[in-house]
Design a protein around this ligand. Structure first.
Ligand code: PMP
Length: 304
């Protein structure tokens, strides 16, 4: 395959049927998003946020892109910004993995850290104040920008239904950070088949199930406020997966499937297996593995 630039490799990731014992003879299909060139599902978002803003004349070559991010969106944005030679400032709570921060820097972004205890809300506030100070800056604001769910509605959704052809999907299982992946995919899948159950996955310490927000080790998912994108989406069930269960699946996937997955993928796998117990036998479950374990080695992902 001859390509002209790395950005052409964004999207069209493989959908893997997991070869592991699934309850009730059901099948689990996982979209392997770590195969995007920046290593995560958020390359799709970075690309779409920048090209959308460019085509709407919201940015020009002198614009500074500023964004609060847990890391993967930052990598996706920094990668996309290279195409347009834009500078990027990424505001990252310091708790997020060192590898992701190094990758953002390597791509040319400036990183500003905010205190871990202020969570993503602290990063959002800092990004907004920077945007107010810096002339010709643009804040894509993944947490509120409709381009976020639209990214997944237009790319990931059709890829999944194309790959599965005539197989009926019983449930779709995905974690939520900004909620863009879940909302965009749920909308797309329900338009093609309204009987598909939408299952959202969160770690303990995320608020969807009504508990208080607190720290968790599962990285990339978990919400401190209800994502605005959830307004028009049916959530059939919210599954809360403990860090221990997520990391157990991370280890299982490496050892038995030869698959390096991050902790949000581990949580998605644990939730998919849990769903298989309650769905009718021979159900097809679709899930998303957002990134790889390799960017979490400094967090001791295999010894957690
Ligand atoms: N997993 C990982 C590793 C992520 O970085 C993110 C994005 N924060 C997600 C899952 C959740 O994706 P979304 O923001 O679309 O809900």
């Amino acid at each position: 395959m001859l390509i002209e630039n790395i950005h052409q490799l964004i999207g069209q990731t493989p959908l893997l049927e997991l070869q592991l014992p699934v309850p009730n003879h059901s099948r689990i299909f996982a979209k392997l998003e770590m195969f995007n060139p920046g290593g995560s599902i958020k390359d799709r978002l970075g690309q779409f946020l920048i090209s959308d803003a460019w085509h709407k004349n919201l940015i020009n070559q002198q614009t500074t892109i500023i964004e609060p991010t847990a890391g993967n969106t930052g990598i996706g944005l920094a990668l996309a910004a290279q195409q347009y030679q834009l500078s990027t400032i990424l505001v990252v709570p310091e708790k997020f993995s060192a590898e992701k921060q190094q990758l953002m820097k390597a791509l040319g972004a400036t990183i500003i850290n905010t205190p871990s205890e202020e969570g993503i809300k602290g990063a959002i506030a800092k990004a907004k104040s920077l945007a107010a100070e810096i002339d010709n800056s643009y804040l894509p604001m993944q947490f509120a920008n409709p381009a976020n769910p639209e990214t997944y509605y237009t790319t990931l959704g059709p890829e999944i239904t194309d790959d599965l052809k005539d197989k009926q999907i019983a449930a779709f299982v995905a974690g939520a950070g900004s909620g863009g992946t879940f909302a965009g995919l749920a909308k797309y899948l329900n338009e093609s088949d309204p009987t598909i159950k939408n299952i959202v996955v969160e770690p303990e310490g995320s608020i969807l199930n009504g508990g208080p927000a607190h720290a968790h080790r599962t990285e990339g998912i978990g919400v401190e406020f209800i994502p605005p994108f959830f307004k028009n989406v049916i959530i059939d069930q919210t599954l809360t997966i403990s860090d221990d269960r997520a990391f157990q699946q991370v280890r299982y996937a490496a050892k038995h499937l030869g698959l390096f997955i991050g902790s949000s993928s581990g949580a998605a796998l644990a939730a998919s297996l849990q769903m298989a117990e309650t769905l009718p036998s021979h159900s097809n479950i679709v899930t998303v593995f957002p990134d790889s374990s390799e960017r979490y080695m400094s967090t001791n992902i295999y010894n957690n």
